[in-house]
Write a protein that binds this ligand. Structure first.
Ligand code: NCD
Length: 326
């Protein structure tokens, strides 16, 4: 079996078939498994004294971020450099977008410069889907509007599996601003596919409509506005940031109401299983979605998620590149 295959439950080997990574909704369970196994190999690379392998030598990775980012952009850059790629970083403020160039023209320009892989974050949901047919380089979605954040969902899954072996049958409570969260949307696809029991919990105005439709796409997802019900016996509690930048006014009476109704504090965490882990994609508004002592407590995976993100992004860059070297 090569490094680009895994064995599915039915016993056949599964090869990598994605030219772009736009979301996880078109990944099979075997493909998700392949990403997880490749991330394990990358984790091994990261544990060595010299954390560098030649897999992407001679390839150029462009990161193009039209939105603020610390961990995702930094993590992609570190991941690409660990694989020996050359990395060029473009931000919206310094790109020709400010002069009126279209997104597709910008991406084609980066290809003409020599981009083999383009990692892009864009504020418009679906931007990557519009651009992908016009891009020959591999396009990797680092977040599009409210829609998707596939690498975050995969690194979240990876982190859960390192603590819980398998997510099949686990109760995962996702609490906070579900409506505006691309992290929630990709996680719902990924976790549901891997057999987790997902419960979404938010004030009514921050819950997307139709998620609990038994005839809908996610018949097994539970939706509640009651945080105690959501946390009861949870194996994993994932809190999400209030996305004030995407919120129209009037969705919440105020921060204090959100905090008193939905903040994960020690008392509430006691409702979850004794070995429950706490996750958050970051950036965290300390003492809003997570109380400080929970954020910095022993069950918090927040920094581990960031560290695992490098391995998972190395895995995706490696799989997309078609490299056989590790
Ligand atoms: C998230 C994002 O940008 O979608 N952050 C991240 O990538 N780690 C979540 C957020 O901004 O709240």
């Amino acid at each position: 079996m090569s490094g680009k295959e895994t064995v599915s439950q039915a016993g056949e080997s599964v090869a990598w078939r994605h030219h772009h990574v736009l979301d996880v909704d078109d990944f099979s369970t075997a493909e998700i498994e392949l990403v997880m196994q490749t991330a394990d190999a990358m984790k091994d690379v990261l544990s060595r004294p010299i954390r560098k392998v030649p897999a992407l030598r001679g390839k150029t990775v462009f990161t193009v971020f039209y939105e603020a980012s610390t961990r995702t952009r930094g993590s992609f850059e570190a991941a690409a450099k660990n694989l020996s790629a050359d990395v060029v970083n473009i931000t919206a403020q310094s790109s020709s977008v400010t002069k009126g160039e279209s997104l597709i023209d910008t991406l084609n320009t980066l290809e003409a410069i020599g981009a083999d892989i383009i990692v892009m974050r864009h504020p418009l949901s679906g931007a990557h889907y519009c651009a992908a047919p016009y891009v020959k380089a591999n396009l990797l979605n680092a977040g599009d509007g409210w829609h998707a954040h596939p690498t975050q969902a995969l690194l979240d899954l990876y982190t859960m599996r390192r603590h819980k072996m398998s997510v099949n049958g686990l109760k995962v409570a996702i609490v906070g601003d579900i409506k505006h969260s691309r992290v929630a949307h990709s996680n719902i696809w990924c976790l549901s596919k891997m057999g987790a029991k997902v419960t979404l919990c938010a004030p009514p105005t921050l819950l997307p409509a139709g998620m609990d439709d038994p005839q809908g796409r996610f018949p097994d997802v539970n939706v509640t506005t009651d945080i105690n019900a959501a946390l009861q016996d949870a194996d994993v509690v994932m809190c999400l940031r209030l996305q004030k930048e995407r919120m129209q006014s009037g969705l919440l009476p105020g921060l204090r109401e959100f905090t008193s109704g939905y903040q994960l504090n020690k008392e509430r965490l006691a409702l979850a299983k004794p070995d429950a882990i706490v996750m958050h994609p970051g950036p965290v508004n300390e003492d809003v979605e997570l109380a400080g002592d929970v954020l910095h407590g022993p069950r918090s995976m927040v920094n581990e998620q960031v560290a695992n993100g490098v391995a998972v992004r190395m895995a995706l860059l490696y799989l997309l590149s078609g490299s056989k070297e590790l």
